[in-house]
Design a protein around this ligand. Structure first.
Ligand SMILES: *[C@@H]1O[C@H](CO)[C@@H](O)[C@H](O)[C@H]1NC(C)=O
Ligand SMILES: *[C@@H]1O[C@H](CO)[C@@H](O)[C@H](O)[C@H]1NC(C)=O
Length: 378
């Protein structure tokens, strides 16, 4: 006989004879006669009575599955007892706490700070929405703002440069005019910050694309009716959602809205965009609450063509900046300007990351992210 074969065979024989069961078998057994009868059956069958489960159900185990008899034998013996009504092998099942989505493990360092997406008292239940949607894939959100930094590590890969636009210069370059102009970059990040890229946090709809539509050269900008009209209708067949975190002045109850041409553009895009389904316009309701401003005066949200979004604090309370009016369609998570320890994670300027933006600007962006999820529902 070949030496190798002999060695192999003796190894095999050794393996078989030295085999020890690593798992004992357990059964749930329903029986009449109480604990005494259970003990009697245990003794008779050689199984061990582990405990009473409840009522007339008892847990038995057999540690000698391979030694004395097979598992089937013990099961058979248990079933053969007249007092036994039911024998069910106790097997394992996988169950999951619905509150915890342990499957989502991201390397974005501030993912844990983004409790408003997944845990926290006020959160937007985004994790189950990620499971039921394509996370915004196929949706382009136009961020009408002060631009988007094109090399921002959390936005670079989710930026649609071809659909971006500078309304002042007529170019596609959304880069902000000033290095400190980060408002649009913040909002774009809330919507679609790249996920699992070991940087900053993650966007609500991290597979959506954002287009930067630059309509502000600073925090307050004078813009013509025509320029505003081109922003509000830019590429409306390809841009599904316009995220607008701006509006009329916040402190003097200015009765203002889109002027003639801008209004026509808005109505047209809201009707004809998205292949006739209508582009979705999301507007912030304003931060003038502190000054007693009311969003009832705001013509950008006081129209059936837009969705007005306010903010809520992490404990569910109303922020100091909140403006009250009937045009507040919904609120999303936000944070207050002073004394609020909550986090709101955004990409900042060209290469940074911040945890502290406030107001209805991030709130509207967050809603635009949620609507992107809705549009990408499976
Ligand atoms: C994120 O990336 C890490 C590797 O850095 C990987 O282990 C993990 O599965 C990724 N998570 C998701 C949800 O893609
Ligand atoms: C919505 O607004 C448009 C004008 O923008 C108007 O023609 C239309 O009647 C309005 N619809 C409703 C249901 O109020």
């Amino acid at each position: 006989m070949d030496v190798k074969l002999v060695v192999f065979l003796s190894l095999l024989v050794n393996m078989v004879t030295s085999y020890k069961p690593t798992h004992e078998k357990t059964w749930a057994v329903q029986l009449e006669g109480g604990r005494e009868e259970a003990l009697r059956i245990a003794h008779k069958t050689g199984a061990t009575l582990v405990k009473k489960i409840f009522g007339d159900y008892y847990l038995f185990k057999d540690e000698n599955v391979r030694k004395a008899r097979t598992k089937k034998d013990c099961e058979k013996m248990l079933k053969a007892e007249p007092s036994v009504k039911m024998v069910k092998e106790d097997v394992l099942h996988t169950r999951q706490l619905y509150a915890q989505h342990q499957g989502v493990v991201l390397n974005d360092p501030l993912w844990g700070y983004q409790t408003y997406l997944h845990s926290g008292l006020v959160h937007m239940n985004v994790l189950p929405a990620w499971e039921r949607t394509r996370k915004g894939e196929g949706v382009v959100v136009g961020v009408i703002d002060d631009g988007i930094f094109t090399n921002q590590p959390d936005l670079r890969d989710n930026l649609d440069l071809g659909l971006s636009y500078d309304v002042f210069r007529g170019t596609e370059d959304p880069t902000p005019y000033m290095p400190q102009s980060s408002h649009g970059t913040n909002c774009a990040g809330i919507i679609a910050a790249v996920h699992n890229n070991s940087f900053c946090g993650v966007g609500v709809a991290y597979k959506a694309k954002v287009a930067g539509i630059k309509m502000f050269s600073g925090a307050i900008t004078d813009i013509s009716d025509a320029q505003e009209a081109s922003a509000l209708s830019h590429e409306h067949q390809h841009i599904s959602i316009y995220s607008c975190s701006w509006g009329p002045s916040d402190w003097n109850n200015a009765l203002e809205g889109p002027d003639t041409v801008a209004r026509e553009a808005l109505v047209m895009a809201a009707r004809e965009g998205r292949d006739g389904k209508g582009s979705i316009f999301v507007f912030s309701t304003g931060n003038g609450g502190t000054y007693g401003d009311s969003c009832a005066y705001n013509g950008y949200i006081n129209t059936n063509n837009t969705i007005g979004i306010g903010g809520l604090l992490q404990d569910g309370s109303i922020p100091s900046f909140a403006e009250a009016c009937t045009s507040v369609f919904a609120v999303t998570y936000s944070r207050d300007y002073t004394g609020d320890t909550a986090n709101l994670v955004v990409p900042y300027r060209s290469s940074g990351c911040r945890t502290s933006v406030s107001g209805t600007s991030p709130a509207a962006a967050m809603a635009a992210g949620v609507f992107s999820l809705v549009l990408s529902a499976k």
